[in-house]
Design a protein around this ligand. Structure first.
Ligand code: URA
Length: 235
């Protein structure tokens, strides 16, 4: 069971005080009965809840696959820029989501969002070695991109030297390569290619763990992940 105001705040981002007044004036439809007391308890797994014309989907864990477009911030809140959360529909508990493995603002592709902190941990923990596969288009062809398989020293987000190693690298076409790493340091792919004197011009994450980004998702679209997919992204 969960308090109604807590439930509604996950979807609307509104405070308990705001919801108290709104629920009183507008009412919430819980299984066909109008409730005006925001402190009432509901069962989010069983009850059908509509508020201000919106019906909500509840899942725990909820794991969302998004095809993040370039230009969107991998964050839950920002005063100026569009964030990944802004792209998620009001039917999902958007304000309870965490991002498991950020993408740079100019990077695109598979972004995973979940309301379960243990899933975030599993996806990003260096101990779990979950694969992340990227397609990178460079400004030039590196002389020997395979040095990245041997391991090179780059700097991490705190400017500390860090040994980075690609698990797989493959030339796709022109100046475009596919690269798999099982780590996720700040700007890791860009830093790795800069070691080969190339600059990443376009970066797209196409897989996490054993799950490919769904080709049906246009940039900016998302969908819930299935149980077997969740197993594969957490290793
Ligand atoms: N590596 C990068 O350089 N940027 C990303 O967004 C992800 C991996």
């Amino acid at each position: 069971m969960m308090r109604l105001d807590k439930f509604l705040s996950m979807y609307t981002g509104k405070s308990r005080r705001q919801l108290k007044a709104l629920v009183k004036s507008a009412g919430v439809d819980v299984n066909g009965t109008i409730i005006r007391d925001a402190s009432r308890h509901i069962d989010p797994t069983q009850d059908d809840i509509s508020f201000l014309g919106q019906t909500f989907i509840y899942r725990y864990p909820l794991v969302i696959m998004m095809n993040k477009p370039a230009g969107v911030l991998s964050a839950t809140k920002d005063d100026r820029r569009t964030t990944a959360i802004d792209l998620i529909g009001p039917e999902y508990p958007r304000f309870s989501l965490h991002i498991a493995g950020r993408l740079d603002i100019d990077a695109e592709g598979f972004l995973l969002l979940t309301n379960d902190g243990s899933i975030v941990h599993d996806v990003i923990s260096p101990k779990k070695h979950i694969d992340k596969t990227y397609v990178a288009t460079l400004d030039r062809k590196p002389a020997d991109p395979h040095v990245l398989l041997e391991g090179i020293t780059i700097r991490d987000g705190k400017n500390k030297p860090y040994q980075a190693k690609a698990k797989h690298i493959e030339w796709l076409r022109g100046r475009t390569y596919k690269l798999t790493i099982d780590e996720g340091k700040h700007h890791q792919v860009k830093r790795m290619f800069s070691h080969t004197d190339a600059t990443v011009k376009r970066l797209k994450r196409i897989a996490i763990g054993g799950v490919m980004l769904d080709e049906e998702l246009d940039p900016g679209e998302c969908r819930m992940m299935e149980r077997d997919e969740i197993k594969r992204v957490t290793g």
